[in-house]
Ligand binder design. Sequence first.
Ligand code: NAI
Ligand code: CS2
Length: 490
Amino acid sequence: MLSVETLASAVHLPDYPREQLRPRMLHIGFGAFHRAHQAVCADRLAREQQSDWGYIECGINPHSSSRLLDDLRGQDHLYSVTEMTDGGETTRVIGVICATADARTDGIEAVIEAMSQPQIAIVSMTVTEKGYCHHPASGQLNLEHPLIQHDLAHPEAPQSLPGVILAAVKRRRERGLPPFSVMSCDNMPENGQVTRRVVVQLAEQQDIGLADYIRQHLTFPSTMVDRIVPAMTPEALETLGEKLGCFDPVAVQCEPFFQWVIEDNFVNGRPAWERAGAELVQDVVPFEEMKLRMLNGSHSFLAYLGYLAGYQHISDCMGDEYFLRAARTLMLEEQAPTLNTPHVDLTAYADSLIARYQNRAIKHRTGQIASDGTQKLPQRWLASIRWHLAHNSRFDLLALGVAGWIRYVGGVDEQGAAITLNDPLKETLAQRVSDSADGEARIAALLSLQKVFGDDLPANPQFSARVLHFYQLLLQLGAKETVKRVITSY
Ligand code: NAI
Ligand code: CS2
């Protein structure tokens, strides 16, 4: 447990009056990223600007196995964030969390009640792409999703993100309380629009009046979020604990880089985030697309090809000159041309991304980034592939990425060991893999996954042919040699 008494003297403690914080923000999804990003920003505002914006942290999954919120409560809502560079580390204890409400231990009613406290002005979330219960290819709410089915039957005790937001909005409206702004901090293009759509579409199934109220009175600002925050491992927590002078089960480690671009569209006030490194803008879309395609797109490429090649971490991939060149070429030759960012130096951006990937103090597992591919591929690769098909330009590395994903979801690595798939569609993927012979039939079976690839891509012979070509190279040469061959002949 984190204990301020035994902490190493170099650790920075919250030096602002915590009792004066007002929990006007409520966050759903107390994962690694939120702890190292939005909460750090609020902490900096409290420290440097005397901001009184504090957080209530919530979990909405009643069956979650995570004890993080319990642990947080057990240490006075304090936890540590350590920024890691090759040259050293800086640790800070974050003090802006005022309270928690967890469906697992307190019941979902406690969460909805917390969201219905009069002072709540912003509900934000980091629940991963799959938490929105939408079809990744179309962005529409998936009415067949088990959590949505549950919430349609039990709107008063919801389990999905849209269902929980809806229940809270309904209650606030009945009590005559002001609406809140809903801010997604997940890696999706127009994440505010996605959130708005799933909430309104669920409302339309239940109460048209409520759907209209949401359209008129709530805002859903979009955001671009960036900071590399790998999942903590038991070993990393132990090692860190020895340095800190106490074991902090809620600790996270991250890179020093921080970026947050926020659409300035809040219905009930907001912190002055711009005074703590965030950018408030009218239109986030160009920033989101740049980051999703160049950073996350190259991340997913390195994740699948790197995993198959036996590279455990992104920084290990950077030790292979061909992987490094492939990632940079993917960014600059196949993603940058699809973007609309006239005022950004994309070459400098690509170089800064490569430098961040080379940070060996950050142990970012390729296997972690490879998770949930069905939710990530559309915005990271497929929109760009559509652009290239329309412009008749080259997309070899993107097609190699798709081939790498298909090889990965085949479930067996190049040494014949099983790959544990982590994806909400893993049963469908496994079924399609087992029903298809390896090779052309496998490609057809996976590319026809309409929820991911839509109707257009599987029907495009040029696309399927490129993916098949690279898939066969992967089978023949393995990932390391394939990446080398493709990039040296690029
Ligand atoms: P994490 O695994 O530590 O946390 C995920 C959180 O989402 C957990 O609190 C979990 O309870 C919640 N969650 C998962 N499925 C859910 C569902 N169906 N409904 C409600 N809650 C659900 O992951 P981490 O690192 O915090 O990342 C979360 C998301 O943050 C990513 O998927 C991405 O969209 C975004 N992000 C992450 C970055 C990173 O480097 N870790 C950087 C930029 C964005
Ligand atoms: C990664 C991202 O896990 C993944 O899919 O690509 O979480 C990435 O680390 C962040 O978006 C960086 O901001």
